[in-house]
Design a protein around this ligand. Structure first.
Ligand code: NIG
Ligand code: FE
Length: 425
């Protein structure tokens, strides 16, 4: 199966040599090739170039042609932070919030994550899988070409394993790469005295078993006042590092308790949320990134989740400041039933432009190549390099990338191609 996409108004993310990520001022230079063509062969990007130098078609057999006149072609979105496996919506809590309760107050009354856990514990694995696969397919139809999915709504050994098994099945069933994160420390279940006691159960009984079963790519904790402190997070990350597992950690959503510094020192793959981000936190991200650039360890990516800020009316992650500090900003959805009930990456790009001072080209880089890097997938997705998976978006006609946010309620994604084939699911 071969495809030629021709007359592309702007081809985005087509690198001669794809870098691992783009950071700081490089983000505003994310490649755009005007009036371009893109060739796909056998599910992979074969070649690209300018229409002016188009070599012509020699072999027409099995070739389908897409005329992208007026349209842009982008790498499919890479959503590096989701909670796509859950039992049911929490729409009733949303109504409570509209009536005046805060997200934290609802959680303190036994709602929130504990509410999702109760529902998930009661649901069978097959039903959970069917629901989650439906959500993954919906995300693909919205342009997602790779994603990460977390556990964390189980809160018992059996229910966490059930979630991770569902994610393992999604990896098999979905046509896109999926990474599994064990969010062992998400909330303290009522039967445990405190976060420290539950963390011991997670690191002694769950983590080694799930790792041995091959169910985990990364680990995660909700490092936040009222959830897990830096001490519990450190214990989890140290045990995970001992098993050769890196982490992607919820930090600085409501309070800065020093989680970023801890995670950078523990060589986390990403720190996610960062709505409350002190200059010390940014400084330690810079030091971590510079260490990695110097060949020592790997970077810790800062991941902003603007859908969560929008939905909870909390501050936006200082995306502009993070890019200006030279860092490789990442955007993701945080798709979950409590704080961000949407898996639409286009919305994340829009909010980054409208609310975070992030330029359109930077926002696209943060949602494609950098998202892939925050899942250690930037060697196969997130860019349109030769040999990369042909996971890409053909937009509706647009003047420029700024139209993604400018026409802020119009559809942007027209067609989605996954492994070279049009997505019709
Ligand atoms: O990323 N902050 C922690 N966890 C999720 C939401 C959890 C929930 O409300 O279900 C988040 O926002
Ligand atoms: Fe989250």
């Amino acid at each position: 199966m071969r495809t030629l996409v021709k007359n592309i108004k702007g081809l985005v993310g087509a690198f001669e040599e794809v870098p691992r990520d783009v950071a700081g001022s490089e983000m505003a230079k994310f490649p755009i090739l005007r009036n371009a063509w893109l060739a796909i062969d056998n599910g992979l990007i074969a070649d690209f170039g300018s229409m002016e130098d188009f070599p012509g078609i020699v072999d027409w057999s099995g070739l389908s042609i897409v005329d992208a006149e007026g349209r842009w072609v982008l790498p499919a979105w890479c959503d590096s932070h989701t909670h796509t496996v859950f039992a049911r919506s929490r729409s009733e809590e949303f109504l409570m919030r509209l009536e005046g309760a805060t997200y934290q107050e609802i959680a303190e009354r036994g709602g929130g994550i504990l509410n999702s856990a109760k529902a998930l514990q009661a649901m069978g694995e097959d039903e959970l899988f069917d629901e989650a696969l439906r959500r993954v397919h919906h995300a693909i139809s919205q342009g997602v070409g790779a994603m990460e999915i977390k556990s964390g709504y189980g809160l018992t050994l059996d229910a966490e394993r059930k979630m991770l098994r569902v994610i393992a099945r999604l990896k098999e069933a979905a046509p896109i790469p999926i990474k599994a994160t064990f969010l062992g420390c998400h909330a303290v279940p009522p039967e445990f005295d405190d976060a420290a006691a539950y963390t011991q159960h997670v690191v002694n009984d769950m983590l080694p078993a799930f790792a041995a079963e091959g169910l985990i790519d990364y680990v995660d904790a909700f490092c936040e006042k009222g959830y897990f402190g830096t001490e519990e997070t450190r214990v989890l990350l140290e045990v995970a590092n001992g098993l050769g597992l890196r982490s992607k950690v919820h930090v600085n959503q409501f309070n800065d308790i020093g989680g970023v510094e801890l995670c950078v020192n523990q060589n986390a793959l990403s720190v996610d949320h960062l709505e409350v981000c002190s200059s010390e936190a940014i400084q330690s991200l810079i030091e971590g990134f510079e260490r990695a650039e110097g060949g020592e360890g790997l970077p810790t990516y800062p991941v902003a989740l603007p859908g969560c800020s929008h939905f909870l009316s909390i501050p936006y992650t200082p995306g502009r400041a993070l890019i200006d500090a030279g860092l490789p900003l990442v955007l993701a959805t945080d798709h979950n039933p409590g704080s961000a009930p949407s898996g639409d990456m286009t919305m994340a790009v829009r909010l980054a432009s409208l609310k975070m001072g992030v330029l359109p080209r930077e926002a696209v880089a943060a949602s494609t190549l950098n998202g892939a890097a925050a899942m250690e997938l930037s060697h196969e997705v997130g860019a349109l390099g030769r040999g990369y998976r042909a996971n890409y978006i053909v937009t509706h006609p647009m003047e420029g990338l700024q139209d993604i946010a400018y026409r802020f309620t119009d559809a942007v994604v027209d067609k989605v191609f996954i492994n070279g084939e049009i997505w019709e699911g």
